[in-house]
Design a protein around this ligand. Structure first.
Ligand SMILES: [Cu+2]
Length: 85
C-alpha cells in the first residue's frame, strides 16, 4: 500500500517539468536523532536526486535546495513517517 503510493508519487514528480531550484525550510518536530535525519534525506533524494538536504535534529529543521515543490517535499517527508509542522 505504502510502496504503491510512493511509486505513483515518484512517477508524478519525474513527469513534471523542472525549472528552478528553491530553498525550502521545513519544521519536522518528530525528527528525533540523526538517523531520522538520514531517513528524511533519503526520502527527499528519492523524489529529487539532485536535492541538497540539511536535516538538523536539534532545531527540527530540514533545509532543502530542490527543484521539487514544497508540497512534494512535504509529501515525501510525510510518506517516510514524519510530520511537517
Ligand atoms: Cu531518530
Amino acid at each position: 500500500m505504502t510502496l504503491q503510493l510512493t511509486r505513483d508519487f515518484i512517477i508524478k514528480v519525474i513527469d513534471r517539468k523542472r525549472v528552478e531550484i528553491m530553498t525550502l525550510q521545513l519544521k519536522v518536530p518528530n525528527m528525533a536523532c540523526s538517523a531520522c535525519g538520514d531517513t528524511i534525506t533519503k526520502a527527499i533524494k528519492e523524489i529529487d536526486p539532485t536535492a541538497t538536504v540539511r536535516a538538523e535534529p536539534k532545531t527540527k529543521l530540514v533545509e532543502v535546495e530542490t527543484q521539487a515543490s514544497e508540497a512534494e517535499i512535504s509529501q515525501a517527508i510525510t510518506a517516510a513517517g514524519y510530520t511537517v509542522a
